[in-house]
Design a protein around this ligand. Sequence first.
Ligand code: GLC
Length: 442
Amino acid sequence: MRVSCPMSTRALLAVALFLSVAGQASAQPEMSASPAANERMKWFADAKLGIFIHWGIYAVNGIDESWSFYNELISYDDYMKQLGGFNAASYDPDAWVRLIKGSGARYAVLTSKHHDGVALWDTKLSRLNAVDTTPAQRDLVKPFVKELRRAGLKVGLYYSLLDWSHPDYPNHTKTIKRYTDDPERWERFMQFNLGQMTELQKEFRPDLWWFDGDWEQSAEKWRAPEIRQRILDRNPSAIINSRLAGYGDYGTPEQGLPSRRPAEKYWELCMTINDSWGYQGNDRNYKSPSQVVRIFAECIGMGGNLLLDIGPKADGTIPAEQVEVLRELGRWTSKHSQAIYGTVAGLPEGFFAGPSTLSADSTMLYLFFPGNGGGELMLGGVKNHINKAFIVGNGTNLEVKEYLRPYWSSHAGVYFIKVPEEALDKTMTVIGISLEGKLITE
Ligand code: GLC
């Protein structure tokens, strides 16, 4: 096409720019932004708490999930001997879901297959599954998904893209590679992987796909855009985590609490209760219930979710320490539900010494603090008049004083809010502040 005048050059440039931006948008999915994405992400953003479950044969010996043979701490054959001890004898999916729901979680994510390739569902594409090669002899995903749905919780399935057991997958352990470049074998592996995903989709229609293991191959090799498209074609409301080589919907910081509000609009911290994902009897380094609650409050204050992991034993029982944390979370989340679910990230840094959340309509502010908050909370940077302050889940009205706000000043004042000892929560107290109008900060 010939460009005849400056005006059409500009027009062309604009079209070219639009096309390249549009091209990017379709190649690289929205990690946030568009109204359609916001609609799809809504339940997730409102849910705040999810429970992650790492359950697999690694619970038999109580060793690192998959990594123990990959890192050659144990031979592959010895690792696989655990298949013979994975009996799920006391597995009670109904009790699991009651515990999970009781914690205040709104979704759960179960490892349908970890990097070791052992599927917990009745896959027809490999014998390496709970039905065919373990004494559990049954599909372990199915009854759990059924109970989750019955309880009104969202269903998340973890699926490892890489499979260190599969004969056509290039990597086996950190030193043993089956091949480096063999398109035919890779293609066979991809057909297997896509086939397993199709089984999961047909059988369970997950609300959330939690991929993992993407780091070993490129997006192109995984055919990440195609995987994403296949999922959304079959279930347009499905959500996909970030570990699909950049083709997911939300960030998944792992074992690291962000110290600042992350740039991504949607994110979820995944965290173990002790230091292990799966059950490891030797790992006694448990976080206390109140530490978990405090970390959870930090997450929601920065607009994120917490995906808290539990690791059931090989017989399906959940260790007592983990049950205790979930129970305390449940007490705390149900008492403070109005400050948690459906809220958005709270005040910018420096306004209040602790996490905070804001109601979706921006007229209620919630301040979280452990202990007695110094006896009096201090809040700066908020320009609104405060209608009322009270203790959430308790109802006690609080005395609020405002200073540093002379009549001629347009600056926000400083609020002091008295906190009566007898109304404190033993773990973390939350104060609700009804603002006059929508929050206006300095
Ligand atoms: C890591 C590990 C894995 C664990 C996962 C949970 O990617 O590979 O073992 O399942 O984190 O986020």
